[in-house]
Design a protein around this ligand. Structure first.
Ligand code: 3PG
Ligand code: MG
Length: 400
């Protein structure tokens, strides 16, 4: 892969830097700036070499429409604070504002263009449409540095087509992510455990399928648990359930048995009367969720305390752990215990501990864990899962 080390003199050159600055926002307040912080080393490296740095990113999924709530303006402001220098902002991506801002940019200065996905060409399925947008972007630069690890699994104009049009290089974040994630796929130290959570089984099918023959244990929490419990024949009340995945889950459990891999499901569940921070709740056995005081209308919002303890034990005895997806609705205090206990165990692992993904990264930060409690917090959710699945990723292939 071509990296910054392959770049010779870039002083005065216009460098288009593709970052993933897709951060969670509450109005215009950034609730987790992890992805902005992770982008800083590459930006600083380019600035120190005297490049004119033109940053492009997406935020949210505005689907080709200009939606002010997805503006990158708050991100430009936060980046300026982190860099301790002015960051210019263009109010469009390839229009007059962008053109003007690029033309007045000096060596060592930084500019952010407005959200790439305000333009339909960025995410177009049609190759010509994407390429036309990439060409318009390419006019602004002499070369491209691709550093948005969180989006390398997408075949999108700024991730793939642009990199074909100009000389392109991977940035420091992509290099770092790949170094760590390769530790999970190439001779990981054993025991190797993978903790999966989050709401949907269907998002995790590929990774479960791929990891089953490669790990010692898979621990399952979060909303996806209930489809597994249903696969075992248990009733799950009003909990999240993907009926069309029950058979698939049953197949995974059978295959795990054959392979001697442990699929560890929670034995107790925190069941609530509604989806709310102030919901009534009770702990029940995972096998009898409908026997809680809330009957068939109860919904599971966290793994129970016994399960959390059991998960922690497996995690602590592992040498390699990858975690993607919260164990419960951690945003609500009463349903955050499972996620907290898992994060705490992960922080104490004597070995490689990797937190993958948007939600899990936001969870550990929201729960107050410092980033350096873990070997690595990936900036990629879907991207880190696809990496573990061994899938080819367009945004990486194009840099080979
Ligand atoms: C993410 O947050 O998953 C990445 O920024 C990619 O965004 P996307 O899932 O909307 O393509
Ligand atoms: Mg995503």
């Amino acid at each position: 892969m071509r990296t910054l080390k392959d770049l010779s003199d870039i002083s005065g050159k216009r460098v288009i830097l593709r970052c993933d600055l897709n951060v969670p926002l509450d109005g215009s307040r950034i609730t987790d700036d992890g992805r902005i912080i992770a982008s800083v080393p590459t930006i600083q490296s380019l600035v120190s070499k005297g490049a004119k740095v033109i940053i492009v990113s997406h935020l949210g999924r505005p689907d080709g429409n200009v939606e002010p709530k997805y503006s990158l303006e708050p991100v430009a402001k936060r980046l300026g604070e982190l860099l301790g220098k002015n960051v210019a902002f263009a109010t469009d991506t390839i229009g007059l504002s962008a053109e003007t801002a690029v033309s007045v940019l000096d060596s060592g200065e930084v500019l952010i263009l407005e959200n790439l996905r305000f333009n339909a060409g960025e995410t177009a399925k049609n190759d010509d449409e994407r390429e036309a947008f990439a060409k318009a972007l390419a006019n602004f630069g002499d070369l491209v540095v691709s550093d948005g690890f969180g989006v390398v699994h997408r075949k999108q104009a700024s991730v793939y087509d642009l990199e074909k049009l100009l000389p392109s290089y991977a940035g420091l974040l992509i290099e770092r992510e790949l170094n760590v994630l390769q530790g999970l796929t190439t001779n990981p130290e054993r025991p190797y455990s993978v903790v999966l959570g989050g709401s949907k089984v269907s998002d995790k099918l590929g990774v479960i399928d791929h990891l089953l023959p490669r790990v010692d244990s898979i621990l399952i929490g979060g909303g996806m648990v209930f489809t597994f419990l249903a696969a075992l024949g248990h009733k799950v009340g009003a909990s999240l359930l993907e009926v069309d995945q029950i058979e698939t889950c049953r197949g995974y459990l059978a295959r795990a048995d054959e392979l001697g891999v442990k699929v560890i499901l929670p034995t107790d569940i925190v069941v609530a009367d509604k989806f709310a921070a102030d919901a009534q709740f009770a702990v029940t056995s995972a096998e009898s969720i409908e026997e809680s005081p809330f009957g068939a209308s109860g919904l599971g919002l966290d793994i129970g305390p016994d399960s959390a303890r059991a998960f922690a034990e497996v995690i602590l005895s592992s040498k390699t752990v990858f975690w993607n997806g919260p164990m419960g609705v951690f945003e609500f205090e009463n349903f955050s215990n499972g996620t907290k206990v898992v994060a705490d165990a992960l922080a104490k692992v004597d070995g490689l501990s990797v937190v993958g993904g948007g939600d899990s990264a936001a969870a550990v930060r929201a729960l107050g864990f410092p980033d350096d409690d873990f070997s690595h917090i990936s900036t990629g959710g879907g991207a880190s899962l696809e990496f573990l699945e061994g899938k080819a990723m367009p945004g990486l292939e194009v840099l080979q």
